[in-house]
Design a protein around this ligand. Structure first.
Ligand code: LLP
Length: 416
């Protein structure tokens, strides 16, 4: 893409050579282009500008504080799924009236925290959750705003692990039961029902499942109106896909908006959208260094210093990330790009053709801005990758590399 380009044979992020950054900060590291993020924000804003819409960035995609701060500075809200994400969103200065909170398993502690922070809406996923939110709100003497997450039973045609809107999924309340639940929820004194929510899945490559889902939910909104239940917000979740393979053609944001807005408009409700991946995914890459080359009869392996603890998507979803050498060479090789972790599932790419690399060369794993760093772990007692943000011809570290002391801190204090 235009934010990651070769100049004089070396891959750059905006105007900074990735080799220069690696020399300074070591490897592996996540690298983000600020311009890529801001351009995406503006693309969303432009697409939805003619309709009252709150854009709530799904923080789970990437919750680095400096990244959240970019969203805050551009008036974007947050879709959160935990107390931890709420804490970070508030630290980044995201106003509470732009925070919505989803998730099937909110703890009492998290619910109370969010009530005290006076967030815009709990996107509730069960009747029991409504009861609990009401009683906690009563305890702290507040009224909690909720939207009910309904499950429109639509197949988003994506990976089963990230399909969330089908009947068999744990998410939401079945759309046929929703009317009843709304009616029952009206009785609670410390609950204000403000909306309806749905989210059908992630990495969705066509607009039609959205049209189907949003139309179904719009019918529900009509029914509710007839029963005297007036809502304010129609939250359609996130899920728009991005380019992982060169040949991928994700939906255009403007087309998406143009398809959805007319349906929501008929309900008269304000719109909330919760994009995560599509705001940050293509803005990031994971930069890793070649440690060894290994040739077996069957296969060639490029062993790099980053693995499934840094980027788990290939291992658990069989996800494809485009991989390229940071330095262009005339010769190419075909190899599996694998990490150092003691599992056969630890790979970044299988049978990939990339420019000839040698020990010490850098490799870039593309479209890693979403669900990369945020899903990373310390497996094999590996410090998490450092994170760098590029802004034109400057770069800055936005997360330091963890050191061994950091890794043992919480255990050392209590060692028997
Ligand atoms: N809203 C809700 C309620 C969600 O559950 C999600 C994602 C989003 C919004 C944002 O979806 P996005 O626009 O990012 O697709 N770890 C997986 C993705 C899991 C998505 C979970 N929910 C992956 O790496 O593909």
């Amino acid at each position: 893409n235009s934010y990651f380009r070769y100049k004089d044979g070396v891959l750059h992020c905006e105007d900074v050579s990735i080799e220069t950054i690696a020399k300074k900060v070591g490897t592996p590291f996540y690298l983000y282009s600020k311009k890529a993020i801001i351009d995406k924000i503006n693309e969303y804003k432009e697409a939805f500008k003619d309709y009252p819409t709150i854009i709530c960035y799904a923080a789970k995609a990437n919750s680095n504080l400096s990244i959240l701060k970019i969203f805050q500075e551009n008036d974007i809200g947050c879709d959160i799924v935990s107390g931890g994400e709420l804490y970070k969103a508030k630290k980044a200065g995201i106003p509470s009236n732009k925070i919505v909170y989803a998730g099937v398993g909110k703890t009492d502690f998290e619910i109370e925290f969010a009530i005290r922070e006076n967030i815009l809406s709990f996107n509730v996923e069960s009747y029991q959750e409504i009861e609990v939110i009401n009683s906690i709100a009563e305890k702290v003497g507040k009224v909690a705003r909720i939207s009910i997450r309904v499950n429109p039973d639509v197949d988003p045609k994506t990976h089963p692990y990230i399909s969330t809107g089908m009947k068999k999924s744990k998410f939401g309340i079945d759309i046929d039961e929703a009317l009843n639940i709304y009616k029952k929820a009206m009785q609670f004194k410390n609950i204000e029902i403000i909306g309806v929510h749905c989210h059908i899945g992630s990495q969705i490559m066509s607009i039609s499942p959205y049209i189907e889902a949003v139309s179904k939910v719009a019918e529900l909104v009509d029914k509710l109106k007839k029963e005297g239940i007036e809502l304010k917000y129609f939250d359609i979740g996130g899920g728009i896909g991005i380019k992982y393979k060169i040949t991928d053609e994700p939906p255009n944001i403007k087309d998406f908006a143009n398809a959805i807005i007319p349906i929501v408009k008929q309900t008269g409700l304000n719109l909330i959208i919760e994009p995560g991946r599509s705001l940050i995914g293509e803005a990031g890459a994971l930069i890793t260094k070649v440690l060894f080359l290994k040739d077996k009869k069957e296969k060639h392996f490029v062993i790099v210093d980053s693995g499934m603890n840094d980027l788990v998507r290939p291992s658990i979803y069989d996800a494809y990330h485009h991989i390229m050498a940071v330095k262009i060479k005339d010769k190419t090789i075909k190899a599996d790009i694998v990490g150092p972790i003691c599992e056969s599932g630890d790979f970044l790419g299988i049978d990939r053709e990339i420019c000839q690399v040698e020990r010490g060369d850098l490799v870039a794993v593309m479209s890693a801005g979403a669900y990369g760093a945020s899903m990373s772990s310390n497996y094999n007692v590996r410090p998490r990758a450092l994170e760098v943000l590029v802004d034109n011809n400057n770069f800055k570290i936005i997360r330091e590399r963890e050191d061994y002391n950091y890794l043992i801190k919480l255990e050392e204090e209590v060692i028997q």
